[in-house]
Design a protein around this ligand. Structure first.
Ligand SMILES: *Cc1c(COP(=O)(O)O)cnc(C)c1O
Length: 220
């Protein structure tokens, strides 16, 4: 089933859109099945769980962290994580930078933006991001690379509301690109879209979708 689900999703995807298979809570066997079907990028939202899976699964897998990252746990991810999606503070960026330096790496991150109207969702405003990116402290961070933006739409069936929120995120990416990253081709990721809304997200300029239940089935 997992392989079939992956094939079905991949068939619909434009070439420029990267598929992150969100495997949180799923057992190793399910990830191995997706790997055997050709999937190489997995997303997890718990540090311990991701590290445990990284230990036992093939090393060519790229691990994306998509959850709320606590500073005291960055050290466990720093040696191997490929992309951290949800960064929303300078304090966290500084810790990622510090741990990346220790691992002799440059770690890719996305800034998370608050686009929904739900208190439970995290993220920066555009103004906060501008302040962060223009701060002297930020400019000192040599071991992180900001690759783009990430956001989560409101949990609703109203696709037009979701569409508006995705447009907002894409507009933020455009303006940050123009204001802060005009000479940096690496700032090109727009991570938006999950099982319920990824086609809308792609219409609105997503370059990276994060799909869990449509690949692995419902979570408990
Ligand atoms: C769980 C999760 C997903 C995947 O959700 P599905 O609806 O199962 O596709 C995507 N992004 C984030 C940040 C998540 O926590």
């Amino acid at each position: 089933m997992i392989g079939e689900n992956l094939d079905k999703i991949r068939k619909e995807l434009p070439k420029h859109v990267i598929l992150v298979a969100v495997s949180k809570t799923k057992p190793i066997e399910a990830l191995q099945e997706a790997f055997d079907a050709g999937q190489r990028i997995f997303g997890e939202n718990k540090v311990q769980e991701m590290a445990a899976k990284w230990e036992v699964l093939p090393k060519e897998i790229e691990w994306h962290f998509i959850g709320h990252l606590q500073r005291n746990k960055v050290k466990y991810l720093a040696p191997f994580v490929s992309l951290i999606h949800g960064v929303e503070s300078l304090r966290l960026l500084k810790e990622i930078n510090k741990q990346a330096l220790k691992s002799n790496r440059i770690i890719d991150v996305l800034l998370q933006f608050y686009i929904a109207d739900e208190e439970t969702k995290f993220g920066l405003s555009e103004e906060e991001a501008n302040d962060l990116l223009n701060s002297e402290e930020f400019k000192l961070l040599q071991n992180i690379q900001i690759r783009g933006v990430m956001g989560m739409a409101t949990f609703t069936k109203d696709q037009e509301k979701i569409r508006g929120e995705f447009q907002k995120l894409k507009n933020i990416q455009n303006s940050l690109k123009a204001n802060c990253f005009s000479d940096n081709d690496l700032f090109d990721v727009v991570s938006m879209g999950m099982s319920g809304d990824y086609t809308t997200a792609i219409d609105e300029g997503s370059t990276m979708i994060r799909i869990g239940s449509s690949i692995f089935g419902a979570r408990n």
